[in-house]
Ligand binder design. Structure first.
Ligand code: SF4
Length: 260
């Protein structure tokens, strides 16, 4: 998945945060179900621990961003091989840009065997606009070669096999597992890691540790969609530079609301 919103937004001053909080309170709170309740009543209804908070967060995000992991994935693809290639290209690049580039890549190299035999310069040219084009082209050819040599031209389903492919880390492997195969997989990108800490679901800053911690809180069959919903919410509302707590549906359960 692509990294956070690239458009910088100025940090809000303390006065702006206070004004937003006051405005939300005046309206009866946020869009959350707790809006309008007294503080004591709200506190009684709100989960205090990470497991309960994770359930509430997952339920609300599922209502706000409905659909399966496959529905929520913005990278266009027709099969696991195409998703794997698109996810490799999405590093440090927007999903929109990847979607502009991949039709020509998939048309020119429809199978792992075709991609494994690609002319590196020609492939670099095709993926140039996604950035880091030399290393991405090298990883794509290496990935396709590994699929041919080790997996009979098929994308493996086990994370331990996926992460051995060139250009594939746990994040990419978990995207492929959850989106292409419908298997448990919780990709942790910068949005997911940041929101998990803000929401008090974990204090792990290391992506692998955060993935394991979140995996303890989210049921296996919901992990992929949960991750994608956190990414969507990070882009739409909880912007890294300017979180919009005054309109956030999680504000009443978020320990960081109006504090960031
Ligand atoms: S309440 Fe604010 S900090 Fe918490 S998730 Fe929502 S936007 Fe982010």
């Amino acid at each position: 998945m692509a990294d956070p919103a690239k458009t910088p937004a100025p940090r809000r001053s303390t006065a702006e945060k206070a004004a937003a909080k006051k405005a939300a309170a005046k309206r009866g709170g946020t869009r959350s179900p707790a809006a309008g309740r007294s503080g004591a009543a709200a506190k009684r209804r709100h989960p205090r621990g990470a497991p309960g908070r994770a359930r509430t967060v997952a339920e609300r995000l599922a209502r706000e961003y409905p659909g399966s992991a496959r529905d929520l994935c913005a990278l266009r693809h027709d099969d696991p091989f195409q998703l794997l290639a698109a996810t490799i290209l999405s590093a440090q690049c927007t999903d929109e840009m990847v979607n502009k580039v991949t039709p020509a890549v998939f048309a020119r190299y429809p199978t792992p065997a075709d991609l494994a035999a690609a002319n590196p310069v020609e492939l670099e040219d095709l993926v140039h606009s996604t950035g880091f084009f030399r290393s991405k082209a090298k990883n794509l050819i290496g990935m396709a070669t590994a699929l041919e040599e080790r997996h009979a031209g098929e994308v493996p389903t086990e994370l331990s096999d996926l992460v051995k492919l060139p250009g594939v880390g746990r994040k990419t492997g978990n995207v492929v597992r959850s989106v292409a195969f419908g298997l448990p997989g919780l990709p942790v990108d910068t949005h997911v890691g940041r929101l998990a800490i803000l929401l008090g679901l974990t204090d792990e800053t290391d992506p692998v540790k955060a993935e394991l911690a979140l995996g303890d809180l989210v049921p296996e069959d919901e992990r992929g969609a949960f991750s994608l919903r956190m990414i969507l919410h990070g882009r739409a509302v909880c912007d890294a530079r300017r979180p919009r707590c005054d309109v956030c549906l999680l504000a009443d359960v978020c320990p960081s609301a109006f504090r960031v």
